[in-house]
Design a protein around this ligand. Sequence first.
Ligand code: HMG
Ligand code: MG
Length: 302
Amino acid sequence: MALPSRVKIVEVSPRDGLQNEKEFVPTDIKVELINRLSAAGFPNVEAASFVSPKWVPQMADGADVMARIERRPGTIYSVLTPNMKGFEGALAAGADEIVIFGAASEAFSQKNINCSIAESIARFEPVVQAAREAGIRVRGSISCALGCPYQGEVPIESVVDVAQRYLAMQVDEIDVADTIGVGTPQLVRDVMTAVTRVVDPARVSGHFHDTYGQALANILAALETGISIFHTSVAGLGGCPYAKGATGNVATEDVLYMLRGLDIDTGVDFDAVVDIGQWMSANLNRKGSSRAGNAIAAKRAA
Ligand code: HMG
Ligand code: MG
């Protein structure tokens, strides 16, 4: 299949990237990160989570973050909402898109959101309905679509089953997420092929963590199955607090570099993203994990 000529990058570092940080990242830094990302041209920035602050303390300032960012016209600012309480926060904060997040693995569902897959779907239904009534976009994330830290292998039918449940709720977009970064390109091809048999590929995204160094190869495999939306995190920040050992999302800089080489347009200012990655890493007092970002920064400094 011919590769798409344009790809939508959803920048998830303010949420997925920071949620796992041990030290609380000041609200000012989160706001500046989001402002810099939207100024760099990302069409969609995952800005915050409206989850229990006891479960994810790093995201406790979501309402403040959303109140203080500069909204760039045309940018979609998304937030995670596991239940109606989260949705009320998202609505008050003026989120453009909410993200419901279920899993293809029962064990992970219990660990991450403290309920079974079926219970999570029942919780999401009123959330999605309320969002639709309020004219807010809805994205449905499927965690552990390529493997689970507790259960191991995850049957492809389980991924397709959750996708179909989301579809029945009329979500706008469905994320196939490799939470712990264990997938390899053939599995990505198989899962994406199965999911896109039931969901229009234009509404499916790939969310790849890079724990096993497979994320770029997985994105290429997904592109070959017609997927054109990917989630990335500047400087490779990220991880899920309920998925032990999982490292960050694939680094935005690395993905932009690869897509540029494939002549695929994203509308994003690559040089600005390299700067953001270096700035954010300095704020966190460590070197970022983007190979392309670090190589370009070193070349600039030489
Ligand atoms: P629970 O304890 O079963 O919920 O948690 P509960 O309804 O019994 O409520 C317990 C307490 O939480 C109560 O407070 C509620 O008010 C409060 P208390 O009376 O004890 O003071 N509460 C909330 N507070 C703020 N906002 C809310 C909210 N809901 C309840 N929305 C719950 C269930 C879902 C809330 C909890 O398990 C939770 O917050 N989990 C979040 C987990 C999370 O954020 N994980 C990381 C994001 S997912 C991810 O990273 C994967 C992804 O990147 C894709 C991938 O890579 O796979 C998306
Ligand atoms: Mg994730």
